[in-house]
Design a protein around this ligand. Structure first.
Ligand code: AMP
Length: 256
């Protein structure tokens, strides 16, 4: 069943970031926002990095081992990547090559605004996924493109964990079930093949508690960075279906 049944036009360029714990449904909200507001598209820093790794670009070669270790890729690399992508999509104009803008960002305390400008056309609306991850990345981004909505998606951790604990997968196909809202027809069996379902090892409660704790820690600086200037907006819900209508309403209120 599709959640979005009608679309809306934006009058102003929306530049959105979704901040939320793993398991809160950022991917689901991104997909629904794009369906509801067709002028929006999304950029995922993780996807861009994986594409560079696949294509064995110099950047991909530098990033690969860092990503494998689970650490964050250094800021100059990720900034270059995001800037190149925004420029190639024409959402940002600059006469200076991205690598020079990135070194200028590192060098100057002031702005680089005379070198880059965000496209005000509503068709240049975007959602960034996975970037910025830290307050430092957010400061660098501020000097390139003014983000105008930071939506903080909140679901109580106990509910996220309950949802994850109910998750069962059919490993050969990757089909995912959930005992509370998307149960297999026969308990413990894949609907298509009848083969047994498994729970992923990294879906254990312990792992998720750690992951959620780490998110609390790293997101604090990011939320503080955006707090206090009117672009940070918090929405709470027990499920994605509860969050989506509020998020749609807010995007409409600000940009439609
Ligand atoms: P993701 O798909 O967002 O989980 O990202 C996968 C990996 O890419 C992360 O574990 C990091 O190594 C790297 N990565 C993605 N986004 C960023 C970012 N904003 N800053 C630094 N590293 C990133």
């Amino acid at each position: 069943m599709t959640f979005v049944t009608s679309t809306r036009q934006l009058k102003k360029a929306a530049r959105i970031i979704l901040v939320g714990a793993p398991g809160v449904g950022k991917g689901t909200q991104t997909e629904r926002l794009i369906q509801r507001f067709p002028q929006l598209s999304s950029i995922s820093s993780g996807d861009l990095l994986r594409e560079n790794v696949r294509n064995k670009t110099p950047l991909g070669q530098k990033a690969q081992s860092i990503m494998r270790s689970g650490s964050l890729v250094p800021d100059p690399l990720i900034l270059d990547l995001i800037l190149s992508e925004l420029t190639s999509r024409n959402w940002l104009s600059t006469t200076t090559p991205p690598s020079e803008v990135v070194s200028a960002l590192a060098r100057e305390n002031g702005t680089v605004s005379q070198r880059v400008s965000a496209n005000p056309d509503p068709a240049s609306s975007f959602i960034l996924d996975g970037f910025p991850r830290t307050a430092q990345q957010a400061s660098a981004l501020d000097r390139l493109v003014p983000i105008n909505l930071v939506a903080h998606l909140v679901t109580p951790p106990a509910i996220i964990i309950e949802r994850i604990a109910g998750r069962w997968v059919h490993e050969p196909s990757g089909r995912v079930y959930n005992t509370t809202f998307n149960a297999p027809r026969i308990k413990g069996k894949d609907d298509v093949t009848g083969e047994p379902l498994m729970q992923r090892e990294d879906d254990s409660e312990e792992t998720w508690r750690k992951r959620l704790g780490k998110f609390e820690e790293t997101s604090k600086g990011l939320l503080e960075h955006y707090g206090g200037n009117g672009i940070l907006w918090r929405v709470e819900g027990k499920s994605s279906d509860e969050i989506s209508p509020k998020l749609f309403e807010e995007v409409e209120r600000r940009f439609a």
